[in-house]
Design a protein around this ligand. Structure first.
Ligand SMILES: Cc1ncc(COP(=O)(O)O)c(C=O)c1O
Length: 444
């Protein structure tokens, strides 16, 4: 083993405090184990304890830890090329751009790559501004999350009055005020107090009146997650997205789907296939590079793209490593992994819904592919969020060898989003360990 690697791997648990004092971490649900190695859906901590990981590490490791096929293609590729500046063309960039254009709705056919999710959302915003001269305003939805760059932070729920208090990003509001928020169709907890049947899609009425009367100038674009992830794994009604599409067409607003979390994980490559409604720009990140950092936008053919005048320029926006990994991932998705994602998602979703009888604290199970949320409530009738229960289940989960994710502005939505290669046995293990952890948490 390389001696540098040997030294890193030799750090012991008792030495960690001495290292930790030099580290600053600006987010994430910390307090979990120190991870040292993983394989597939499983990861091992510094004590040798194993966990099945339902977070896929920020939902990005679609093929799990240390995937042999990804490792193999990347190692082979690294013998000839790694970093290349975006000013030089590479074969892998051509290949991934063309493949993404083929997979996305046919009118969306030009791709620009970038370094990660937040910068990709910003790239989409630039395209919207460029194509709507004079329009500078942006809309986003309540409870959305689009990153923590200065350009996207104002669109992330942490800077709203989430759960009754402003979170840290609100401190940067002077720089991040370009977003106006409109109600999200979170039908289990309608922010407009409506009941799903007979609401007449009041949220669309508010969207329209905001565009007509509630903004400081013409709107360039609306940025939305077609399935709101961080906000609580909220699946939208198809009519809502169709309504947004119609309103965008009427007012000449660029419709931007942030698909950083939905790409392939919902069981189809793109949300337009899932809902039947296509946007003008798709934004990608996270899983796109099978664990290697990369972001991208795919834009509609009628939109003007970037000029080469340093309009969108990043040192690491042409990561050939992430591109070959992304190509391999697509190959595997097309050859069984996407089918597995749908099948395992249904298996876990069904198992969770069956548990609702025994555990009324499971208020709602929301599942699209392996994009799964379990909304925990104090009682099903009043739907009062149960964030303490989530924290207790997560803690019991660590003890039981399972890592759950957190979602929902009230911090009460348990996320189950394992790698898309999860096997039937592992899916059943997840269900079993969830039940065990929930039961233990309820006992106190
Ligand atoms: C929907 C969505 N958009 C944007 C981002 C920001 O991506 P990144 O963390 O790569 O900047 C995230 C990250 O969690 C996300 O989930």
């Amino acid at each position: 083993m390389d001696p540098v690697l040997e030294r890193i791997y030799a750090i012991t648990k008792s030495e960690i405090p001495a290292y930790a004092r030099h580290l600053m971490v600006g987010g994430g649900t910390r307090g979990g184990p120190v991870l040292v190695r993983g394989k597939g859906c499983w990861v091992e901590d510094i004590d040798g304890k194993k966990y099945i990981d339902c977070t896929s590490q920020s939902w990005a490791l679609y093929l799990g830890y240390a995937n042999d096929e990804i490792n193999s293609i990347v190692s082979e590729h690294l013998k000839s090329l790694s970093h290349v500046h975006q000013g030089f063309d590479t074969l892998s960039r051509f290949a991934l751009a063309r493949k993404l254009a083929e997979l996305s709705p046919k009118e969306l056919n030009r791709v620009s790559f970038t370094v990660g999710g937040g910068p990709a959302v910003e790239a989409a915003m630039k395209i919207a501004i460029k194509n709507r001269p004079g329009a500078q305003e942006f809309l986003c939805l309540y409870d959305s999350y689009h990153g923590t760059t200065l350009g996207t932070m104002g669109a992330s729920w942490q800077s709203t009055l989430a759960g009754g208090k402003l979170m840290a990003p609100a401190s940067y509001n002077r720089l991040t005020r370009q977003f106006i928020r409109v109600p999200n169709p979170y039908c289990y907890r309608c922010p407009l107090g409506q009941k799903p049947d007979g609401c007449g899609m009041l949220c669309l009425t508010v969207l329209r009146s905001t565009i007509e009367r509630g903004v400081n100038g013409p709107v360039a674009g609306i940025v939305l997650e077609p399935l709101q992830a961080s906000g609580g794994q909220v699946i939208f009604p198809k009519e809502y997205l169709q309504g947004v599409r119609d309103i965008c067409d009427e007012f000449g607003i660029v419709m931007i789907y942030d698909e950083i979390q939905t790409y392939a994980r919902i069981g189809t490559f793109f949300a337009s296939e899932y809902y039947g409604v296509a946007p003008d720009i798709i934004v990608l990140g996270k899983g796109l590079g099978a664990g290697f950092p990369i972001g991208a936008i795919i834009i509609r053919d009628t939109l003007e793209g970037f000029s080469p005048e340093s309009e969108e320029l990043h040192t690491f926006a042409n990561s050939t490593v992430a591109q070959v990994a992304g190509m391999k991932l697509i190959d595997l998705l097309e050859n069984g992994v996407l089918d597995n994602c749908r099948a395992m998602g249904e298996r876990i979703g069904k198992g969770l819904r069956e548990m609702q009888q025994e555990f009324p604290v499971i208020g709602e199970v929301r599942q699209a592919g392996l994009h799964i949320g379990v909304e925990l409530v104090k009682d099903p009738a009043r739907r009062t969020p149960a964030p303490e229960l989530f924290a207790a289940v997560r803690k019991k989960g660590f003890e039981n060898g399972i890592i759950f994710g957190l979602g929902g502005t009230a911090k009460n939505v348990l996320k189950i989003k394992p790698p898309l290669i999860v096997s039937p046995d592992e899916a059943d293990t997840i269900l079993h360990l969830f039940q065990k952890s929930l039961r233990a948490a309820l006992k106190g």
